[in-house]
Ligand binder design. Structure first.
Ligand SMILES: *Cc1c(COP(=O)(O)O)cnc(C)c1O
Length: 393
């Protein structure tokens, strides 16, 4: 938890250097993969800060220092997945406590709350976090965690982080912001007053669709001790290789996010013009209801775009089945563009909860390929959907 010497450097520089000094024993410029489960002790209890690799591993330490630096936090803890990180935050709760969650929270977060921790006497409520009056009404005296995602998935709603912080000013509940869709380059929730940032590093931070991981970042030293205890006690830690892959991804985060955002802006503009498209959801469009809040709390609008097709499920299925550059797959945040049908794929598990998505909804994770290829690919797929909608004579 010592302050990194790169503290005063710019984001792009910290992404490459914070926590990532050359290896002290060999001078290796890149952080080594410390593929070891244990560490030798000179005498009982005399060691170099590492004993057993579930507790701590130097490659993980480097990743944690980098993530803390990028989010502007005092500390960070890394986990085997975003959901393992989420579960670790839930270890702060006790029976009788209440969690307030976005009504379109990540499906896995919802499933963990509703079907796992709910069995241990923890209560939860769902609310549209972009409506601050609704949030105020939904907070209970027993609420201990308020769980915000912004932008949300898959409708890209924008939540005013500072607005929720102000609502909680006289309430003991802690605010978690799942910052996966924005990444620390575009949005830094701790600076807006959030207590914790949660990441699925699987997405933009890793950035190359080749590793699953998660992290929590915060400032409060006492909570750090509690979470650190549970990180070790429950054991859902990332492997040294996974930490190394994530660090490798982080080095290029800034340049990738600039391109993801530029491409998504172009794609959203194109979709708005196409006759097969009904509505486009992208916080960077000035007519998006969250545009002003997003412009205030984000550096740019990231790479996620959703839209509905005009003519039913068939048209949506046609589009997701016809793109070639956009590959049909779940997940997001990699350099390659992905397309999916939330109703039948990522959000199938929310069926029956009241948080269902429209069956004409298509979600894009816009990658960093050339914008012209992305638009041409969507155009040919959407044109096929239009042809489908025209009844044969
Ligand atoms: C993917 C994701 C998660 C879960 O992370 P995993 O690494 O898949 O466990 C949580 N929140 C959001 C917004 C996500 O996209």
């Amino acid at each position: 938890m010592t302050r990194d010497k790169w503290h005063d450097a710019c984001f792009e520089t910290r992404a490459i250097h914070a926590g990532q000094d050359p290896d002290p024993t060999t001078g290796a410029v890149i952080t080594p993969i410390y593929q070891t489960s244990t560490f030798v002790q000179e005498a009982v209890g005399v060691h170099k800060g590492y004993e057993y690799a579930r507790t701590d591993n130097p490659t993980r330490t480097a990743l944690q220092m980098a993530l803390a630096s990028l989010e502007g936090g005092a500390w960070s803890l890394a986990y085997a997945s975003g959901l393992a990180a989420t579960q670790n935050l839930f270890y702060l709760l006790a029976p009788g406590d209440h969690v307030l969650l976005s009504d379109d929270a990540y499906g896995g977060t919802y499933r963990l709350v509703a079907r796992v921790i709910g069995r241990y006497g923890i209560d939860f409520g769902l609310v549209d976090m972009s409506d601050l009056d609704a949030v105020r009404a939904a907070i209970r005296p027993t609420t201990k965690l308020v769980w915000v995602e912004t932008p949300t998935n898959p409708y890209l709603k924008v939540v005013d982080i500072r607005g929720v912080v102000d609502l909680l000013a006289d309430h003991p509940a802690r605010l978690v912001v799942d910052n996966t869709f924005a990444s620390p380059y575009l949005q830094q929730p701790l600076a807006h007053g959030a207590d914790f940032v949660l990441h699925s590093t699987t997405k933009y931070l890793g950035g190359h669709s080749d590793v699953v991981g998660g992290a929590v970042i915060g400032n409060n030293p006492e909570v750090f001790e509690t979470l650190k205890f549970h990180q070790n006690a429950a054991g859902a830690v990332p492997s040294p290789f996974d930490c190394w892959l994530t660090l490798r991804g982080i080095k290029t985060l800034a340049v990738r996010m600039d391109r993801h955002s530029a491409n998504a802006r172009a794609v959203a503009g194109f979709l708005q013009q196409h006759e097969a498209v009904e509505r486009v959801f992208y916080p960077g469009l000035p007519d998006h209801p969250g545009y002003e809040v997003a412009a205030r709390q984000m550096r740019d609008f990231s790479g996620m775009v959703s839209f509905t097709t005009r003519s039913g499920y068939e048209a949506a299925a046609e589009v997701v089945g016809r793109t070639k550059v956009f590959q049909l797959a779940e997940s997001l945040g990699g350099v390659e563009s992905l397309i999916e049908h939330p109703g039948r794929m990522t959000h199938a598990s929310v069926a029956g909860t009241g948080a269902e998505v429209e069956e004409t909804l298509v979600r894009l994770s816009v990658g960093i390929e050339h914008e012209a290829d992305l638009i041409a690919d969507l155009r040919q797929a959407l044109n096929a959907a239009v042809a489908l909608a025209v009844p044969a004579d």
